[in-house]
Design a protein around this ligand. Structure first.
Ligand SMILES: [Zn+2]
Length: 146
């Protein structure tokens, strides 16, 4: 599968750019990440292919640091507040990247995008934190022409 650059007027290799994370939105206990992955002509750096990635991650209360240290009664109370979506969860992205070597040896042209993030909330004066990441794979052919 080749990519022809109009500017260079020949077939070229593509270079995957740093992942742009355009928005992080929290709705209840789910987070939606909007990202844009761009691939440029390796020779003249013209944008040639782009893919918008929308990924939803469901947060889980028991993965937050601090939850397991609570007593049983407190855990129950916090679980109720969590289920009722009464907690104000803040999520920040800690950067993302797209790796061209995904898919394994026999599955070429798969790009793996990984985004690191941290989720936080406070409850009754205590802070709870969860750091994690998600990964998703896309075929190079899913990228649209720019
Ligand atoms: Zn070019």
């Amino acid at each position: 599968m080749g990519n022809r650059c109009e500017q260079c007027n020949k077939w070229v290799s593509l270079e995957t750019q740093d992942l742009e994370i355009t928005s992080v939105e929290v709705s209840g206990t789910a987070v939606t990440f909007d990202c844009r992955s761009v691939r440029n002509c390796q020779e003249c750096s013209m944008e040639m292919k782009a893919l918008d990635i929308n990924e939803e991650v469901e947060l889980e209360l028991d993965k937050f640091d601090g939850f397991s240290n609570l007593g049983g009664k407190k855990q129950e109370q916090l679980r109720e507040a969590w289920d009722a979506e009464q907690l104000e969860i803040e999520v920040t992205e800690d950067g993302g990247s797209t790796d061209e070597s995904g898919g394994g040896r026999y599955k070429k042209n798969i790009l793996t995008t990984t985004v690191e993030f941290t989720a936080k909330f406070s409850w009754e004066g205590l802070d709870f934190t969860y750091s994690s990441n998600f990964s998703c794979e896309h075929a190079a052919s899913e990228y649209d022409d720019v």
